[in-house]
Design a protein around this ligand. Structure first.
Ligand SMILES: [Zn+2]
Length: 413
């Protein structure tokens, strides 16, 4: 069964125009006008296929193609929101190929026993409110309504307010919850955002497990003194202390935790930030990930010990806040082998591999059996206008999705 590459290309190009930036990228933060444009486009396209779009209290969009039997649906999709100055493929690809699957099913008048659903998760990227994969967390019932008031964007607009402004009903959040068993299976197609598939010249990746992050915000407090009048032995230099932390995180992740552990200090905010003032305060953002919980916990423990060490040695105060501490997730062996069989039947070489990046799929795994299809990313670039995946690879991913969804949607026992 063939998917229509031109249709996929047209959808992706059209969606890239909502929030399009120079260099071919996209800035489409959650619940902005740009996001609205993309969502409306998707809604129209789904309605054009005869599907009704349901939007829950948090803005997750779901559309269902009926099955012959009264059974739980097979769901597929991803997210349409992006990071600022992001690419046109991250998330969007997974939504577009899901839409394409519906089109092919309709075109061929194919009936399935189970309904087939498309989903666009709201607020997958953490760029606007500091927290991500929220749509799926809401579906799992992990987000109390009150929490929505505490997460704010750079303009000080809370997520609660943003939802209201977007015409949604945050107070009704509990109604967006989905019970385990209500969805038969979920498959997310996504760009790899890494270099593995490209390096091994493989068009398809099948995800085995998803690495989860622990995120820390660290404040190093020293003393902002005159850079000329303060002798070296009297300094409490917050940036020099932060430098030890940065190198320590790198050392721990590369040598002292697990084989797959990665650790990143993604930002450092130095204040006062003047050339002639000893830095008095540095804020660091630390992100530690692993597909193995034990080795991630070990890395986090070592980083916390490092903070204490540096504080003592350098006479600075170090405080930390744990922003997220998520568990790595193993995806469904049954869906993995279904995806493998489809890929083999189509004759595409593939690899079963872990995902280093987080996705809504990891929360969906609490609700149902989950699988993920990876599409190669050129040079591994993502969250960047230069993000690129070839139309051919995307359509191969769509074919694997189509085959697998058809199979799952006809499972009746
Ligand atoms: Zn994504």
């Amino acid at each position: 069964m063939r998917v229509n590459l031109e249709r996929i290309q047209k959808d992706l190009e059209k969606l890239a125009s909502f929030g399009g930036v120079e260099g071919g990228g996209v800035s489409r933060l959650a619940f902005t006008q740009e996001d609205k444009g993309a969502r409306d486009y998707l809604q129209k396209a789904l309605e054009g296929e005869g599907l009704q779009v349901m939007v829950d209290a948090f803005g997750n969009m779901r559309a269902r193609r009926a099955g012959n039997k009264d059974l739980s649906p097979v769901m597929m999709g991803s997210h349409l929101d992006t990071v600022p100055q992001g690419g046109r493929f991250d998330g969007t690809v997974g939504v577009v190929v899901a839409l394409e699957v519906i089109r092919v099913l309709n075109e061929l008048w194919l009936k399935t026993a189970r309904p087939v659903e498309v989903i666009n998760f709201a607020v997958e990227e953490s760029s606007r409110f500091g927290v991500g994969t929220l749509g799926s967390k809401v579906m799992c019932g992990h987000i109390p309504v009150e929490k929505l008031k505490t997460w704010k964007d750079q303009q000080g607009i809370s997520l609660y307010e943003a939802l209201q402004e977007f015409g949604l009903t945050p107070a009704a959040l509990p109604a967006a919850r989905v019970k385990p068993g209500e969805i038969y299976a979920f498959i997310e197609t996504h760009i790899e955002q890494g270099r593995v598939l490209e390096a091994e010249k493989l068009p398809i990746g099948i995800v085995s497990s998803i690495a989860a992050p622990t995120r820390l915000k660290v404040f190093v407090r020293g003393r902002a003194d005159h850079s000329g009048a303060t002798p070296m032995n009297l300094r409490e230099d917050a940036l020099a202390a932060a430098a030890e932390i940065i190198l320590g995180v790198e050392r721990i992740a590369s040598r002292e935790a697990g084989e797959h552990t990665v650790g990143t200090v993604g930002y450092a905010r130095v204040s006062p930030g003047a050339m002639n003032v000893i830095p008095g305060l540095v804020e660091l953002g630390i992100d530690i990930r692993d597909i193995n919980k034990e080795s991630k916990d070990l890395a986090v423990k070592k980083v916390l010990a490092l903070l204490e060490n540096v504080a003592q040695k350098r006479r600075v105060r170090i405080e930390h806040e744990i922003l997220a501490n998520e568990n790595p997730v193993a995806l469904s062996p049954k869906i993995i082998s279904a995806l493998e069989r489809s890929t083999q039947a189509l004759g595409y070489p593939y690899k079963v591999m872990p995902s280093g990046a987080g996705h809504d799929a990891m929360y969906m795994a609490e609700l149902t059996q989950v699988g993920m299809i990876f599409i190669p990313s050129k040079d591994g670039i993502s969250h960047n206008p230069a993000e690129f995946s070839s139309w051919e690879d995307i359509s191969r991913g769509a074919e694997v999705l189509l085959e697998t969804v058809l199979k799952l949607a006809n499972e009746t026992d």
